[in-house]
Design a protein. Structure first.
Length: 546
């Protein structure tokens, strides 16, 4: 009989060396074991979860597995923790679907204390603006594969997350706002001494939740206030539109119901405090240098725009997340941030924001409900009215661009891209050609039941249109030449067709060939059951709802 029992930590890791952001995790279990042993605890890697790169799969069949990988990760996390031998959990994950999936899975074991352990961004390489310019030139055929590869290699050149403010880095901002990180851990570089020390702090922190019995299991911590704090952080920084799907699902896993109207209402009172690419020219390293998540959270807290009384893994509540860590004599110490930002072109105080309202907007009308990332779109492009050009696949739009038939004002309606149709892929391949056409002076916009995430660029894009076309949504009624009005000021998305005519117009049907093409090959057949059972985008595109 064992008279005394040491605390036992389970590690769930998304390590692979396919993703630059997750490559640093290779050595983390060894460090965690060493740190835990020094503190009288034991560790086991409970399991690994899959992690795919949306950047690599853009425009390829693998992208149609992307959204559903989130729920696969959640299920994998549950399997890892099913042994029921752990006192606490460290969760190693960063990128797009990985963090929401880990969080959903962890919430199904709500009795366990949990701490997320990030790995940080890569150092700054080729600027995001320069990278985008080369992509646009490649789309026009002005540069070849060699030039494109050289630019991509300069942009994505080392370990760590991509340096733009997409879904991966938005994940880290939201985890800080939820109090699930060691404070200030989000954007410290991989392999730095401070990063190693913060990993040690993560072990100490999760053990403190077990030993000191602070009554801090994740199921208690993630309450309504915690979810609202995450939503506020997203809006205040103009973060990824993917989180209007993912955090709806996270909230559901915590027993909380939110929808896009909740985001829209918050957006009317939450100021925009950060401009990070694609909402500005700075990358996440410049964001961190200017004050980073800590500055934004401190400003929101002082302005009364954040719930400060939430439980956090760190002692001191949300106030602790307005401090910045540094390594002094081998020890991590936290200090208050300056009252003024390091660079006011990147972050601002709540008293002098970039905008009085948040970075995301809900659009409603006879085309359904959708969202737009207004913080990335120039003000003179917030209202677009032009004839529809309907495409049943993103490849069709790319072919039309290459053929030169899109040299005009138009709204690209790309349908059959929702969760039920083909897994709701991101459509980033469409950003360069649409940006080129906008740069030539044409009025262009995108309307789709697919996704664009945090890197949608400066082309107005009404995305996540719900209900989707395959679910009987009105996108299936649109015809070439219909006048479409996207109004991000009024918050409307309308096809300007007489009401009686619109009501009587039949829904188009997806061709059998198109359905078959997107239902098999590259593992897509294995996800057929998920496509049949998935909820709507606004309900979180969940495959596990009863």
């Amino acid at each position: 009989m064992v008279a005394e029992r040491a605390p036992h930590i389970g590690v769930v890791t998304a390590y692979n060396d396919m993703l630059s952001a997750h490559q640093p995790y290779e050595g983390y279990p060894e460090q965690i074991r060493r740190d835990a042993a020094a503190l009288g605890a034991t560790v086991q890697v409970a399991g690994g979860v899959p992690a795919m790169c949306d950047g690599v799969t853009q425009g390829a069949p693998g992208m149609e597995l992307s959204l559903f990988s989130r729920d696969t990760i959640a299920m994998s996390t549950a399997i890892a923790l099913s042994h029921d031998v752990f006192d606490a959990v460290l969760l190693l994950g960063i990128c797009d679907k990985i963090v929401p999936g880990l969080l959903i899975g962890a919430l199904s074991f709500g009795h366990l204390p949990c701490v997320f352990v990030p790995a940080g961004p890569m150092s700054t390489g080729l600027s995001n603006k320069a990278k985008s310019k080369v992509r646009e030139q490649a789309a026009q055929g002005l540069v070849g594969r060699a030039e494109l590869l050289a630019a991509e290699s300069q942009a994505y050149h080392g370990p760590g997350t991509c340096t733009f403010y997409g879904t991966a880095n938005s994940n880290q901002m939201l985890l800080e706002a939820m109090g699930l990180h060691v404070p200030g851990a989000a954007f410290v570089h991989p392999h730095s001494e401070l990063r190693t020390a913060l990993n040690t702090e993560a072990v100490k922190t999760v053990l403190s939740l077990t030993r000191e019995r602070r009554d801090m299991p994740i199921g208690v911590q993630v309450d309504e206030r915690c979810i609202v704090n995450a939503m506020i952080a997203l809006l205040a920084t103009g973060g990824s539109t993917n989180h209007l799907i993912h955090w709806v699902a996270v909230a559901r896993a915590a027993g909380i119901l939110i929808d896009w109207s909740d985001f829209a209402e918050l957006s009317t009172v939450i100021p925009l405090l950060a401009r990070v690419y694609p909402n500005g020219s700075a990358d996440v390293n410049q964001f961190q240098d200017a004050g980073g998540p800590g500055f934004v959270l401190r400003e929101l807290l002082q302005a009364g725009l954040l719930h400060g009384d939430v439980d956090t893994v760190a002692e001191g509540g949300m106030a602790a997340y307005g401090h910045v860590p540094s390594l002094q004599a081998g020890k991590v110490l936290w200090a208050p941030l300056p009252e003024v930002p390091g660079d006011d072109t990147v972050v601002r105080t709540a008293a002098e924001p970039f905008s009085a309202t948040g970075g995301l907007k809900l659009l409603e009308g006879n085309l359904g409900r959708s969202v737009i990332k207004v913080s990335a779109v120039p003000a003179d492009k917030h209202v677009i009215e032009a004839p529809a050009q309907v495409f049943d696949a993103q490849e069709d739009l790319l072919k039309a661009f290459q053929a030169g038939t899109l040299e005009k004002d138009f709204v690209a309606v790309v349908r059959w891209q929702g969760p039920r149709a083909n897994g709701m892929p991101e459509l980033h391949k469409l950003t360069p050609p649409l940006a080129v056409l906008q740069g030539r002076g044409f009025k262009v916009a995108l309307v789709t039941d697919g996704r664009m995430s945090g890197a949608s660029g400066n082309v107005p894009a009404a995305i996540h249109v719900s209900p989707e076309a395959l679910g009987g949504g009105p996108l299936a009624k649109v015809r070439d030449g219909d006048l479409v009005r996207l109004d991000a000021v009024a918050g409307t998305l309308q096809v300007l067709v007489p009401e009686a005519e619109w009501a009587a117009r039949p829904l188009a049907e997806r061709s059998q060939a198109l359905g078959e093409a997107h239902g098999a090959g590259f593992g897509r057949n294995l996800f057929a059951g998920l496509r049949r059972n998935v909820s709507t985008a606004e309900e979180g595109a969940c495959t596990w709802m009863p």
